[in-house]
Structures are given as structure tokens and as C-alpha cells.
Design a protein around this ligand. Structure first.
Ligand code: SAH
Length: 213
């Protein structure tokens, strides 16, 4: 499947819809306008790819709805070349958006089948510079730390300490926190020992689970 004029038109409409809902950073909207979301979702669901809704990506997981992807990317508020760690690669869509932002992207997925699927999706769509890892996101990637930003795309019951430790001073984690429903939370590292939290409304994510499968 390719990226046709029809898909591009639908994508432009999605971006307009997002811009009406929230004053997102224009770079975030441009990035969403570039990534062919229909090439990341399950076959047969591509016709729904440009609706603002979550979709199945197999393995009992979902790709977040575009509004949520835009909001998490907006809240990361990083600069070009910054190093970002994503927890929950899923189908690789959010990873592609982060690459479009010009960040250096590291991403961890705990399900082997999705890790492989993301690799295929990203390669097929020309996003070849992401550093993808199969592992447990609770561990982070200490060997590449510190990160300017960490984005968690699954719901965590608490803020994982190891992730907070892998942040530069001045960096931030964007993480949905809560066992059932989640509150979008931004954790800023103020210095070696202190962090500050801000919240940004309620969301519903698949859970962050320990270990890899
Ligand atoms: N960013 C993804 C969202 C996928 S849904 C996308 O754009 O498609 C969240 C993902 O987090 C799922 O694939 C799930 O398997 C993964 N996940 C859950 N707990 C995890 C953990 N501890 N480490 C890494 N990935 C995890």
C-alpha cells in the first residue's frame, strides 16, 4: 500500500481537526501531517486511520488516538537533536512522529511481535534511524542515558524511579499515571534530587506491564 493523494487529503483534514481542538505547537501538527498513519495500523483498519480515534494494532494493544499522540509530543516540548526515550513502541507510529520532530529516538517494546512489527512499519515508511529495543521499559536504557525527554505510551500505576533517574536535569517525562484511568503527567527534573509534577487531564491507556513477552 502507498501514500496516495486521498490519504494525504484525509491527513490534512485530521491535522485541521486537531488544530481546532487545541493550540498544539505547529511543529507537532506538521509532523502528524507527514506520517502516513494508515501504513502503521492493522490491515483492514487503514480506512479509519485518519479518524481521531485509537485503533487495534494486534497483540491486544492499540495505537493511541491522534489527539493523544499530538498532546504527548506537544508536552515533551523538546528541541531538534534532543535524545528521547519512548516506552511502548507498539506499531511505531509515535516513534515516526518523534523522528519527524527531528529528535534522536530510542524506543522499547515488551512484546516481541510488536517490536518486529514496528521495525517493519518504520523501515517500510522510510523511518530508518530509530533505535528500537525489545525489553522492559521499566528498566529504561541506562546505557544511552541521560535523555532530554521520556515519553511513556502505556498507563503506569506510578512513575518508574529508573526512568526518572535517566533524565537530564531540565528534562521531562510525559507519562499517563493511574491504574485504571490515567492522568497525563509531566515530571520535570529540577536538579539531581528534586522533581516537579504537573497534570494535564484524563486519558485511557493500555497498561504498562513488567517483563517482556
Ligand atoms: N506508541 C505506540 C502505542 C502502543 S500501545 C504506538 O504509536 O503504536 C502501548 C504499548 O506499550 C504496547 O505495545 C505495549 O505492549 C507496550 N508496553 C506496555 N508495558 C511496557 C513495558 N514495560 N515496556 C515496554 N513496552 C511496554
Amino acid at each position: 500500500m502507498t501514500d496516495t493523494l486521498h490519504h494525504k487529503g484525509r491527513r490534512r483534514q485530521l491535522v485541521e481537526h486537531l488544530a481546532e481542538r487545541f493550540p498544539f505547537n505547529s511543529k507537532v501538527l506538521e509532523a502528524i501531517g507527514q506520517v502516513p498513519r494508515h501504513l502503521f495500523v492493522e490491515k483492514g483498519l487503514d480506512q479509519f486511520a485518519y479518524f481521531d480515534r485509537p485503533l487495534s494494532i494486534g497483540a491486544n494493544q492499540t495505537i493511541s488516538q491522534p489527539f493523544t499522540v499530538a498532546m504527548q509530543t506537544h508536552l515533551l516540548a523538546l528541541s531538534k537533536w534532543d535524545k528521547v526515550l519512548e516506552i511502548g513502541t507498539g506499531c511505531g507510529y509515535q516513534t515516526a512522529v518523534l523522528l519527524e520532530m527531528g529528535y534522536r529516538v530510542f524506543s522499547i517494546e515488551r512484546q516481541k511481535s510488536l517490536y518486529l512489527q514496528a521495525q517493519n512499519n518504520l523501515f517500510a515508511t522510510g523511518y530508518k534511524t530509530a533505535h528500537l529495543y525489545y525489553g522492559d521499559g521499566f528498566e529504561g536504557l541506562a546505557q544511552f542515558a541521560p535523555f532530554q525527554g521520556i515519553i511513556v505510551t502505556c498507563g503506569a500505576s506510578m512513575i518508574p524511579q529508573k526512568l526518572a533517574d535517566q533524565l537530564v536535569v531540565g528534562g521531562r517525562i510525559v507519562i499517563p499515571v493511574g491504574a485504571t484511568g490515567q492522568t497525563m503527567t509531566v515530571v520535570k527534573r529540577l536538579d539531581d534530587f528534586s522533581f516537579e509534577e504537573e497534570t494535564y487531564g484524563d486519558y485511557s491507556f493500555v497498561p504498562m506491564l513488567p517483563g517482556k513477552v
